[in-house]
Every structure is written in C-alpha cells, then in structure tokens.
Design a protein around this ligand. Structure first.
Ligand code: C2E
Ligand code: CA
Ligand code: CA
Length: 335
C-alpha cells in the first residue's frame, strides 16, 4: 500500500462520519476502518475478514479512524475472549469478592472510610487484576451483571458493618458504562431501600472519562445521584482530558488525586506542583481531597502539610479481605 492511500482513506472516513437529521432526530454515524493484508496477515478470505474485523474492533475501542491488523492485536483478542468466557462463568460461581482499603484522616490519623475493590481468583487459583478484567467487562455486556453483583455485595457488607456501629464512609467504583445505564438509578434506589445504610455514607467513585464520553448525560446522572444523597468522588483526577470548567457545575464532594502523582511526590518537582495545585483547587471549590497510592511516611507527611484531607495507600494498608478489614477497623481509632 502506498503512503497516500491511508490519508485518502482517513478523509473518506471523516466524510462519512457526519451528523444527519432524520425526522427531527439527530443521528451521528461514526466509522472505523479495519485493514488486514493478504498474504501478510491471512491466507484465506474468511481469515482475512476476521483479522480485518479484529483491527476494526480495536480501532473502534480506541477511537481510531483506521486501524491496521498486527500480531499483538491478535494475542490481545484471544486473551480478551478467554477472559470474557471465564468472567461470565465467575459471575455465577463464588470466584469474585470484595476487598476494602482503609482511608485515613491525614490530620488526626483516624480511620474514616474504605474503598471497595473487586478481586477475582479463578477456580484454578489464578489471580486476575481488575485493571485487566474491568475493561473486558466494559467492552462486553458483562459490566451489567458484574455491577449488579458488585453493588449488591457492597451494600450487603457495608450495611452489616454500619449496623454493627462502624460509622465510616464506604466508596465503590462505577465505570463510565454504569453511568450511561438508565437502570443504575433504580438499582441504587432499591438497594438503599432494602439495606439500612444512609446514602451519605456511600461514596460513588466516577472518572473523568465518563464525562468526556457523554457530558450532558453524565451531568444529569451525577445530579440525580446527588439528589438521592450519595457522596460522589472524581477518581484518578488529573489523568483525563476533560476541561476543568465542568467541575464548577458538577455536584460532587471529593477529588481523588491519581496515584501516579502521589507515589513519587517527594522526588518529582512536577508532581509536587500538580498535587499542591489540585489540593488548592479542590478546597476553593469546597471539595474534600483524597490522595491514593501513599507508600511512605515521607509522602504521608508531605500531603498532610500540604493540606490534603484523606490518605489511602500501602503505607497504611493494602486492600484487605472482609474479615481482615473488620479486625483492622476494630483495632483502629475511628471518628
Ligand atoms: P482505582 O480505583 O484507582 O484503585 C486504586 C488501585 O490502586 C487499586 O488497584 C489498589 O489496590 C491500588 N493501590 C492502592 N494503594 C496503592 C499503593 O500504595 N501503591 C500502589 N502501587 N497501588 C495501590 P486494583 O485493586 O488493582 O484496581 C485497579 C483498578 O480497577 C481500580 O483503580 C479501578 O479503576 C478498577 N476497579 C477495581 N475494582 C473495581 C470495581 O469494583 N468496579 C469498577 N468499575 N472498577 C474497579
Ligand atoms: Ca477508585
Ligand atoms: Ca484511582
């Protein structure tokens, strides 16, 4: 293929990626072209078609106009398919669980909350990271049954602790797909009605990319969740590409500084500037600031000095299984 052809293709893709008006409804068509070459990538028409489709799916997931097949892409595809099958199975067995990572008030040193993090150990004992399986769930229909399991387990456990007198905030992660799901609000409403835990003790962690995908719907959902009484936190703050101006209209309570800025805080000057500015920005907007990924006493002390409110990280504790978290909380000073 000559060099000029991908450029012409890119032009063609953007030409068809237009918005149309049909019966007063705006319709936006997005296109991605997947390319596989004969004989480099495949020997038969069926194989060539499959590889072009893999390239197209990769392009669509990464918002590319054109995507060309390569071997690494094939390996990713095989791994994802395998995980998809295993995860579907895991949802009907007891392979998934929740761990809780303590959150500490940086001024008083007291335990004030915990973040729930999903854990998956397969039947053969293999541990699969949520950083790997959540994207697989998100890109397939599995995020829906996964979130049903996650929320029901999260509410069941935290309500039990709340009734036992554990007066903490409990955070749970929601993905962009969850926020776009019209059933999320009614599911949460049912869970709140069923479990005796106040909504203001629950923190929903959402990410900036949920905003850039569909800003209007995102703002509306956040607003509804706010009216239901939930606290909301912007997770991985500083790693997204969305504009800062959205923050002033968003009904959230908390910013979570991404661990990439925190872990090397005392050695990297740029991280110091980002963290200090984020703390100031959050406080000016009346928001609580949480720093995650604290791995040393030095970083904890720096953050406390800089006015950060809450800290989370291996320095205090790794995410703990339910029983271990209960023991940790029982032996800690709580508010
Ligand atoms: P996250 O929400 O940013 O979670 C923080 C991650 O940092 C967790 O990884 C946690 O174990 C890890 N971590 C905590 N303290 C430290 C530290 O001091 N140093 C280092 N290096 N790492 C630390 P984990 O559990 O592997 O989760 C990875 C990501 O997977 C999460 O990032 C979140 O985006 C996603 N995830 C996890 N559980 C869920 C879930 O239940 N639902 C959804 N939608 N996403 C989840
Ligand atoms: Ca999180
Ligand atoms: Ca995070």
């Amino acid at each position: 293929m000559q060099n000029t052809q991908p450029c012409k293709l890119a032009e063609a893709v953007s030409d068809i990626s237009l918005s149309y008006q049909v019966d007063n409804y705006p319709i936006h068509i997005e296109n991605t072209i997947g390319i596989a070459l004969y004989p480099q990538h495949a020997q038969t028409p069926a194989e060539l078609w499959l590889k072009a489709e893999q390239a197209m799916l990769h392009g669509r997931a990464n918002k590319l106009d054109i995507s060309i097949y390569n071997e690494e892409l094939n390996q990713q595809f095989v791994r994802r398919n395998l995980l998809f099958g295993q995860l579907r199975h895991a949802l009907s067995t007891q392979e998934l669980s929740l761990h809780f990572q303590p959150q500490i008030d940086l001024k008083t040193g007291r335990l004030v909350g915990a973040e729930a993090l999903a854990r998956w150990r397969t039947g053969s004992g293999q541990y699969i990271s949520p950083a790997e399986f959540i994207p697989v769930a998100e890109s397939s229909g599995l995020i829906k049954p996964f979130t049903k399991w996650l929320l029901s387990e999260f509410f069941r456990q935290t309500a039990q602790w709340w009734q036992a007198g554990m007066n903490l905030h409990f955070s749970v992660n929601l993905s962009a797909r969850n926020l776009a799901d019209p059933e999320l609000i009614s599911d949460l409403r049912h869970l709140l009605a069923f479990h005796a835990i106040p909504a203001e003790n629950i923190v929903l962690e959402i990410t900036e990319c949920s905003f850039s995908d569909s800003p209007d719907q995102f703002m509306m959902t956040v607003d509804q969740l706010h009216r239901m009484g939930f606290r909301q936190s912007i997770d991985d703050f500083g790693t997204g590409y969305s504009s800062l101006s959205y923050l002033k209209d968003l009904r959230v309570n908390e910013l979570k500084i991404d661990q990439s800025f925190v872990t090397n805080l005392t050695t990297e000057k740029s991280c110091i500037a980002i963290v200090k500015s984020t703390i100031q920005l959050a406080h000016n907007l009346g928001l609580t600031v949480v720093a995650e990924g604290i791995e040393s006493e030095e970083v904890a002390a720096f953050l406390s000095q800089a006015g950060c409110d809450i800290g989370q990280g291996y320095y205090y504790s790794k995410p703990l299984p339910v029983d271990a978290f209960f023991s940790y909380a029982s032996s800690s000073t709580t508010p």
